[in-house]
Design a protein. Structure first.
Length: 192
């Protein structure tokens, strides 16, 4: 019987992580079982344990992967204030609000990450630090320590705004929340 090589195993693992990322952001950690995540990846449950020791192990991998990808997207934005504005406007868009499965893991999963295993919290902390550093790198008119504090405040503002906009059933009210959050975030950027 031919065994698959490491390249195939790595590709399969990444396929599981990607599919699980979409499901976790859409349905939450508690609302996503291994069977559903594996089905989303086009695999059987039996394949799961060849790649992960537990659901917690998969969640940790997803969080790390999602935040790494988000940091890479941020790194590709324009430098300076222009990149910060691009970030805010995309993050606080109706499209991002309406498609949590394709968006930021913080806005979709933050409350559940707080109840996860320490390893997942560490992965979240590391990934978030990279994102905050990417934002801080665009705040060139203040020293890096101050830029880091302001970048953290900016990230917290947009995540909280998006969570609030997703929580209200009235689309008009949700759009207003996004608009007010955008104005506040841009005002914060302009103080840099």
């Amino acid at each position: 019987m031919a065994r698959y090589g490491e390249e195939h195993k790595d590709a399969t693992r990444q396929r599981i992580v990607a599919a699980a990322g979409r499901r976790l952001k859409a349905h939450g950690i508690d609302g996503s079982g291994i069977a559903a995540m594996m089905a989303d990846a086009g695999l059987t449950n039996g394949a799961f344990y060849g790649h992960f020791e537990s659901k917690d192990d998969l969640v940790e991998a997803v969080i790390a992967d999602q935040l790494r990808a988000q940091a890479e997207t941020l790194a590709a934005l324009s430098p300076g204030r222009a990149g910060l504005e691009e970030f805010v406007r995309e993050y606080l868009s109706p499209h991002h609000r309406d498609h949590p499965d394709a968006g930021c893991p913080s806005a979709a999963l933050l409350d559940e990450i707080g109840r996860c295993a320490t390893a997942t919290k560490r992965a979240y902390s590391t990934g978030t630090r990279t994102i905050v550093d990417e934002l801080a790198n665009r705040m060139t008119t203040v020293d890096f320590a101050e830029a880091g504090r302001r970048a953290l405040a900016l990230f917290a503002l947009v995540v909280g705004t998006l969570q609030l906009a997703r929580a209200v059933p009235d689309e008009v009210a949700a759009d207003e929340i996004l608009a007010h959050g955008t104005a506040s975030a841009l005002a914060l950027i302009d103080t840099v």
